[in-house]
Design a binder for this molecule. Structure first.
Ligand SMILES: Nc1ncnc2c1ncn2[C@@H]1O[C@H](COP(=O)(O)OP(=O)(O)OP(=O)(O)O)[C@@H](O)[C@H]1O
Ligand SMILES: [Mg+2]
Length: 260
């Protein structure tokens, strides 16, 4: 049966996505929707495919079947009369520019100050003028609580501060969607809260977010939708209340019993 893929009006629509790394079938028909302005958290054991699905949404990986739409645009292809044509690098870069991603490791440019890190992409990718980019970067660094650290180098900042710079840097591109892959996993426990608070603020401001995390408190409090992945499939998805209070699948119950 031919599959009927189409945009759904949601910010993200993942439709029956399959991903292989050579013979290894890592995503086995993953589908979910993320409405505009909502927060989706993805939980699941190590190796279940959480990072891979984020990387596919952001086109850091290609997919072998299915479709991904972001803001109602088909990722990676143009669809002309039902025929798919691969986008070129420039077109893919344009699609990716609307998606911010924050990783476990902060990936800041070590030779640039916090301010320079945040200004870099707006100047070089968006071609903003320097004064405008600088003013915006200062504002964003203020928003993440680093107004007094703008001229510090990454090596002079704590992990939590570096991660907040990374968030400000992603926001400087004015993304429609933010992807977070275990943004607090590499942090000392006392620094986790400051990063989660910045993410909560962002959610409250209406940013659409997909967050892979082991922070169950955050998932429970902030998400509109929680997804549990295991072995490349979505085992169960629902509101935090549904998933945490009334899990139906044995694998969800098993996972929760280990993390709660
Ligand atoms: N580049 C790659 N080449 C080959 N296999 C890969 C690659 N990236 C991931 N995998 C495999 O794909 C599967 C899913 O990996 P993924 O990183 O998505 O898991 P995860 O759910 O994010 O795990 P974790 O919680 O440990 O971060 C794993 O079996 C992993 O070994
Ligand atoms: Mg991962």
């Amino acid at each position: 049966m031919a599959e009927n893929f189409k945009a759904t009006g949601n910010m993200v629509s993942v439709q029956n996505v399959h991903k292989f790394f050579s013979n290894l079938h890592v995503l086995k028909g993953v589908s979910f929707e993320v409405p505009v302005g909502s927060v989706c958290t993805i939980l699941g054991p190590s190796g279940s495919g959480k990072s891979t699905i984020l990387r596919c949404i952001n086109q850091l990986e290609t997919i072998q079947a299915g479709r991904i739409f972001v803001d109602n645009k088909l990722m990676g292809y143009s669809d002309r009369d039902g025929k798919l044509y691969e986008l070129n690098h420039k077109q893919i870069a344009q699609q990716r520019a609307k998606i911010g991603m924050v990783f476990q490791r902060f990936n800041l440019f070590p030779h640039m100050t916090a301010l320079e890190n945040v200004m870099e992409a707006p100047i070089h990718v968006l071609k903003e003028d320097k004064a405008e980019a600088k003013a915006k970067a200062i504002e964003l660094l203020g928003q993440v609580g680093l107004a007094d650290r703008i001229n510090y180098y990454p090596s002079e900042l704590s992990g939590g501060q570096q991660q907040r710079v990374a968030i400000a840097r992603a926001l400087a591109m004015k993304p429609d969607l933010m992807l977070f892959d275990e943004p607090t996993s590499a942090l000392d426990p006392e620094l986790v809260g400051e990063v989660l608070n910045v993410m909560k603020d962002l959610a409250q401001q209406g940013m659409t977010m997909i967050v892979v995390t082991h922070e169950i408190g955050f998932a429970r409090e902030v998400s509109d939708q929680v997804i549990l992945m295991d072995e490349g499939v979505i085992v169960e998805a629902g509101t935090p209340t549904e998933l945490f209070e009334n899990p139906t699948h044995p694998r969800t119950k098993d996972f929760l019993s280990k993390v709660l």
